[in-house]
Design a protein around this ligand. Sequence first.
Ligand code: AMP
Ligand code: MG
Length: 348
Amino acid sequence: MLKNVFVLALIVVLTLPGCTMEKKEKEQGYTARDELLGTEIIINIKNSKEAPGACDDIFERIKQIQGKMTVHNIESEIAILNANAGVKKVSLSQDTYNVLQEALTLSSLTGGAFDPTVGPLVKLWGFDSKNFGVPTDKEIQDKLNLVDYRQLQIEKSRDTFMAMLPRDGQAVDLGGIAKGYAGDEAKRILLSHGIKQGIINLGGNIVAVGTKEGGSAWRVGIQNPLAPRGTFLGILQLKDKAVVTSGGYERYFYENGNRYHHIIDPQTGFPSESDLLSVTIIANQSLMSDALSTGVFVMGLYKGLELMEELEGVEAIFVTRDKKVFITSGIRDIFQLIDGDFSYEQYK
Ligand code: AMP
Ligand code: MG
């Protein structure tokens, strides 16, 4: 049941995040922005009397999600879960429980390439604090022993939600999935205000709600991972889909001439060394796109492709280190290459 896949090539040199709306679409209608979840969130919808209230509600909701799930606030539910690792179970809101539950499902789907218990390694490399540094092999081994999504226990009975990390030092990090959840919630809030069309951009995670005025597709630019932010390698035409790109070019530091990025391979404890520069996932749910983009990036091209071909309702764009791009067959008609340095090549 493998879909056809295509390859293409790109070039250039530099850095930065995911997918962005083309400028002219950003400038139309009503736009609201806020800095949350460590990124800039931009909502672009049609001007209406509902628009400001809907955006306020969205930002309030995302603040709430941030308050529950960030590791940067010792009072967040995730920070409390981590502080009680090896000690006791803690109670959670339904929100955090739901995200943990989805995170575990996607961990298992990616064979542990996505793993929300990667926290001790994220911390060790300094990606939580920006206090970067290459750890010793011994330090990496010690932390690696703590990483295993199968050990994270979650339970629910009626209206009570609990979780526990059984071993001292274990830690959950939802940096690879929380923005996705926030995107789904933002969409739900727009719809609840009767707003059926719009674009929500969470630092490059795009939620395209409905269609443009008149029913045509939104045009979403896919970042060239080797070029400055806003340089697109292609354009996707989307109706009611969520798009997320993950790549080693998004956050990194240099030490002794080597570059170390923020997506950790839970098998090695090192920044993932796959053959990929970036992975873009297109799905109905932003949470799914987010977790899969991180996990599939770690899986690498071939394993990642196999998984993307098996999964219904999910499409992907893979950009490899040797400047090729693979596209799942479901987006062949809606993805357009705009950089002449790229060219398609069929995988199977
Ligand atoms: P993203 O930018 O969505 O690909 O997510 C990267 C963020 O997720 C990192 O900054 C970490 O907080 C966290 N993370 C890193 N590696 C992993 C992994 N293998 N599985 C789950 N989360 C990860
Ligand atoms: Mg992600």
